[in-house]
Write a protein that binds this ligand. Sequence first.
Ligand code: SAM
Length: 234
Amino acid sequence: MKASDLLQVARQLDEEILDLFPESAEASRVSLDLDRIGLWSGLNRQLYGHIARRSLRLADARQGLKVLDACCGRGGLTRYLWSRLSRTREPGQLDVYGVDWSERHIANATREAPAIHWLRRDMFQSGFASGEFDVLVCSQSLHHFTPAQIPQLLREFCRIARDVYVFDLRQTRYGSLWMRLIAPFFSAEFIHDGLVSHRRALSVEQVRGLLREHALPYRLQTFTPLGMLLEVQS
Ligand SMILES: C[S@@+](CC[C@H](N)C(=O)[O-])C[C@H]1O[C@@H](n2cnc3c(N)ncnc32)[C@H](O)[C@@H]1O
């Protein structure tokens, strides 16, 4: 299928290219732009700063550390975390993992940063042991899951990691306006997926309701003008 056809199908179905065609060159372009925006908007830096303040073991270079970026895409945030953490640690003291179910994203990520452990896995069948990670991060991915899957995923994160940080877009009135403003600087595929994401994003109240209904131990706060952050520390 030609790129223009594929975008057309995604538009008609009002679904994200990342979900419909995760192994396509177009999904690869979306994930590359996601990496660019994570750096360019300062999101990676803000997330790292917040996590380092809350999970002090990140700053303690004497401790070994195992970190997972779940649903990592092409791994822009994973690489950012690795570059910050590896400055103060010996190689044997740090293990950073990036997991995504798209073979294409994992192949791209592996080429860019071979020092990170990249795994192609479904986060619902990750095979990780309980408490295997010190810190788990998941960014911009929650809205790819259904309301029935979200509690299951959040529970799984708490099972495999001691500290968990989940950032996602939240429902705002200006999300789509923001996507239209930045459109000249990014691919048409990324802008399409971004517009769908902002329409699909849950509101803070909806997430609060899910946490309460399923007795999940996350604290929730708004984070950045367009996002929210769920967190748990051991
Ligand atoms: C919007 S992207 C976010 C990528 C990255 N975290 C970032 O911030 O750029 C969502 C990612 O979730 C991945 N994904 C969706 N469902 C998944 C699952 N069940 N297991 C693993 N990865 C999944 C998709 O392949 C996609 O790369």
